[in-house]
Design a protein. Structure first.
Length: 242
């Protein structure tokens, strides 16, 4: 039988059901906060808005606080309930997911710092490729969150596959940025900030991929971090574990 969203409420002890539901919902709240940070900082990048970027940096403490709270709640459930099978996988996945969400918040902070430091006069055209990369990464993050919400391993596998597209777009963006430096060395400082921004976006995609892999682990009981595409196809076709 698959581990599905409804299974969070199947225990005889109602408090246990509520604990798992609260934990699951808490991760989604944290994901929504991180996604809002991401949207704000990309908007700041597009407009060259240092004020918004500064607000993104200040909100990082909220993400860190949620990570600590969810870690504590996970540890409390482990100690009190001694979960097994799917419940245990869920809690382990939560612990790992909140770590990746916190790191996404950190990477959003790196982008915010770049926005503050970039000379708006030399920002110009190079940001176009970054905004396209940001759109791809946002799609991964949104889909990973949805996969976690629904415990949808099929959607999670799509996120894993999308990581290659993001990596290729990142590499193309870096090549384009290098041409701007060659054409006008005066832009070097700002273009290097954009290169670090591209790297931060690529890393956010990696973290979204990680979250998707945790969803697959929750549903199928399979660790797909280092598996081939063929092996992941086999796992997708297999019945979900308990």
């Amino acid at each position: 039988m698959a581990l599905e969203r409804e299974d969070l409420g199947h225990h005889l002890v109602q408090q246990y059901n509520e604990d798992l539901e609260k934990l699951h919902s808490g991760v989604l709240d944290m994901a929504r906060l991180v996604l809002a940070q991401f949207d704000d900082v990309i908007g700041a990048l597009e407009r060259g808005d240092a004020d918004v970027a500064t607000r993104v940096l200040r909100r990082d403490v909220e993400v860190n606080t949620m990570e600590v709270q969810l870690d504590r709640e996970s540890q409390r459930i482990l100690a009190r309930r001694q979960p097994a099978a799917g419940d245990l996988r869920l809690i382990f996945a939560v612990i790992k997911t909140v770590t990746d969400l916190e790191r996404i918040g950190d990477q959003a902070g790196h982008v915010a710092r770049a926005v503050i430091e970039i000379d708006p006069v030399t920002l110009g055209h190079p940001q176009g490729s970054l905004l396209h990369l940001a759109g791809l990464v946002r799609g991964m993050l949104l889909a990973a969150t949805e996969a976690f919400a629904r415990l949808d391993a099929t959607l999670a596998l799509e996120v894993v596959r999308q990581d290659r597209t993001v990596n290729l777009e990142y590499q193309a963006g870096i090549r384009q940025l290098l041409t701007f430096i060659m054409e006008d060395p005066r832009t070097t400082s700002s273009v290097l900030q954009l290169a670090w921004t591209a790297r931060a976006l690529e890393r956010i995609g990696d973290h979204a991929k990680n979250i998707a892999e945790y969803v697959i682990y929750m549903v199928h009981g399979e660790d797909v971090r280092y598996t081939s595409a063929d092996e992941r196809q086999r796992i997708e076709a297999a019945p979900a574990d308990q």
